[in-house]
Write a protein that binds this ligand. Sequence first.
Ligand SMILES: [Fe+2]
Length: 375
Amino acid sequence: MKTLAQLISPVSSETFYANHHDRSPLHIPASEGADKAALFGWGEFNRLLDQTGHWTSETLRMIHDTRNVDPTQYCRQNATGTHLIPDPRKVQLQLARGSSLVANDLEDMSLPVARLAAGLSSEFAARIGANVYSSFKGVRAFGPHFDLHHVFAVQIEGEKLWRLYKNRMPDPVDMPVQGLDLPLWFQRNCGPVMQEVRMKPGDVLYLPRGWFHDALAEDGASLHVTFSVAPLYGRILFKLLESAAMQDPAFRKYFPPVEQAGGKALQQHLGHLGQKLAALCALPDFLDEVAMTQNRLRPRTGEYSLPAQMELTRYRVQPIAAPAFSGPVAHAMHYAYSRSEFVLEEVIALFDFVSETDIRAAVDRAAASGSLIKL
Ligand SMILES: [Fe+2]
């Protein structure tokens, strides 16, 4: 299972985008013969947890009655005493006492999870995080809340009752309050229960960001994985525009005092800079910059194929004009042409935020033009 279409099957992508994406929740019961629970099972989850050196008290958390369990309750010091690592016996003790286990970033550890995360990342141009939740009968780890990203939850083992509330926060990017006030704020603002969804193995639930919900384990041990989907939004402009804007002397000039000309001088200055920012946003180079930032969100899914040795393809740059390249691939080709010789596979590895297909096509075009010679 590698794509959105496979994840939401038998619902079509058209139906999903027309009726649910960023609009309303969607519960997709497992259809006969489908194998969505096959992302992993208890055996594979145990195997991942057994890689104790990977886990820290940040990546493996325990929740009891909506509160984080103190890491000293389920961790021990590592051999060098530099940090805490989860202790299997303590973790299972806490689970038996009614805590839930949350294992973060499974996309870094499990190939099937990584493949689906990569597919979703391409589909939504988004950062994908895969977290696994394990709990036992009657346990509710979290009270009503919303998340700052879209969620696809896949029930792997056991059952879980999700409650979807009526209210939704419009396009939330930060939590409305911090700390201990937050659960109370959620309680007051979630509204009445709108729908109850009983998730069974293989079921999928889509929740748009900001939709209030909570979940309760039912009928024995439950294991589910959530894929969080977080695309870029307007805030990224403030980061990306800064370096571009500072190249322009207009952005380096000091502001006039607000008293000057009754505030008009400052207003004019700001208006002038605003126009320059709009012009920067409209540049094709800036579109490339945003596109490359989107590509950087994608998980790296390179797989080992040892003992096979990678074949290296070397090129020598010739002293004739290179063809014109546009879009993100131009950055990779600029690097390649800055050397006297380069290895194609190295350029692909260095520019992993540029499409490999585009790099190969550009190098082929350059070789056909005679400005590169394959060695
Ligand atoms: Fe949530």
